[in-house]
Design a protein around this ligand. Structure first.
Ligand code: MN
Length: 247
């Protein structure tokens, strides 16, 4: 049995597309937020209880974050551990620094303790035109996962160009690129005359050359980036060892 989750919420069209793909391959259960929780990253709700509404036989809506949903599912809600977590399909790319903020990626990361590699799917438009094509890409990728054995705590971050299947050129193994700083926050005045702000859009791609996730999707390829939850910066060890020795 697979656990399906997302961050766009239980009613999102991308989740329907993921169910269409996953249900051809496995039993499944959906545990998803009751509304849009994009940008919630790996947040856990610790200051209030989580309420679960069973929508139908296979779907549960939770008044929490994407990480809450997967955490809840694998730590008590479900009678047994699912075999893997599949998250998405998100409306909007999760490239480079987006992976830090993404609830879609976070839901998959929360499945890192399970037996099989978790997968996060995103399509590279906030208003996708080709959900069925993206679902077919997800189906093909998921259907070939059985034989794949990766180290524990690995997550695959998959970004699918918003294109008809016939125009997708293939699949590329990529690394995360980087973005420039986000644009400034947008100041507004609310209806009661108080100042407020909208968070602006993510920064433009900066490190986006050949081999990056940005480059793959910009050139019509599906991007597959292996991620892990270890944020240790190993390439600073020699510098820091010298610095610490001098303290
Ligand atoms: Mn989202």
């Amino acid at each position: 049995m697979w656990l399906l989750a997302n961050d766009d919420g239980i009613h999102a069209p991308g989740l329907k597309a993921l169910v269409a793909a996953a249900s051809r391959l496995s039993d499944y259960v959906v545990v998803a937020p009751d509304g849009n929780r994009s940008g919630y990253s790996n947040a856990l709700t610790l200051d209030k209880p989580l309420r679960v509404e069973q929508v139908d036989e296979q779907r549960y809506a939770v008044n929490g974050t994407p990480t809450d949903c997967v955490h809840l599912a694998i730590n008590g809600l479900l009678p047994a551990d699912p075999e893997r977590v599949v998250s998405g399909i998100n409306a909007g790319a999760n490239l480079g620094d987006d992976a830090l903020y993404s609830g879609t990626v976070a839901a998959a990361v929360e499945g890192r303790f399970l037996a099989n590699t978790a997968v996060a799917f995103s399509v590279t438009s906030w208003t996708p035109s080709y959900w069925e094509d993206a679902a077919e890409v997800a189906f093909r990728l998921l259907s070939s996962l059985d034989t794949l054995r990766l180290p524990e705590r690995t997550v695959l971050n998959v970004n699918i160009p918003d294109l008809p299947l016939a125009q997708i050129k293939g699949v590329r193994l990529t690394r995360l690129g980087h973005r420039l700083r986000a644009s400034d926050v947008e100041p507004i005045v609310d209806p009661r005359g108080r100042r407020a702000f909208w968070i602006g859009v993510a920064g433009e791609p900066a490190d986006s050359g050949d081999g990056t996730d940005f480059h793959a999707v910009a050139n019509g390829y599906v991007s597959v980036t292996p991620l892990h939850a270890d944020m240790t910066r190993y390439d600073t060890f020699s510098t820091l060892q010298g610095w610490l020795a001098d303290l």
